[in-house]
Write a protein of this length. Structure first.
Length: 145
């Protein structure tokens, strides 16, 4: 861990391998995460949501091209014109891409803020109960000389 989350190590202990096991002995340990760094939560959350946004925009562009090639967009245009008694209606790819990107950016910021609130709540609860304890198992490699 790079210093972002304070941890407390319990005493490590070695456990011999089970009979017939191909693995070597294992070391059991425990780590307690008692605090989450808020700036790290912001950076990781924002990057994660922006990657999701990029994937969704690229997928939407590919679907748009496929729908245009198969004539689905023309069919949608005609259906909207007849449904709302319009003389003219055309879906524009640039407008759809702009609104999708803007909506995705708003969702990325909202998701990041929600993760920050969740991290703050975790930090408050961890101060009271001591954090989350994670048990670790490390397989010890046998040395051959």
């Amino acid at each position: 861990m790079s210093g972002d989350a304070p941890v407390h190590d319990d005493q490590d202990m070695q456990v011999p391998p089970k009979k017939g096991s191909r693995r070597g002995p294992v070391e059991l340990g425990s780590i307690t995460v008692s605090h989450v760094n808020i700036s790290t939560v912001i950076r990781v959350s924002l990057m994660l949501y922006l990657v999701f946004l990029a994937v969704i925009v690229v997928a939407a562009m590919l679907l748009w091209v496929a729908a245009d090639q198969t004539g689905v967009l023309t069919s949608i245009d005609k259906s909207v014109r007849s449904l709302f008694s319009l003389k003219e209606f055309v879906l524009h790819a640039s407008a759809v891409a702009e609104y999708t990107s803007a909506g995705g950016a708003v969702l990325a910021v909202a998701g990041t803020l929600a993760n920050v609130v969740a991290a703050l709540i975790y930090n408050l609860i961890a101060d009271i109960v001591g954090g989350v304890s994670v048990r670790t198992v490390t397989i010890v490699a046998e040395r051959t000389f």
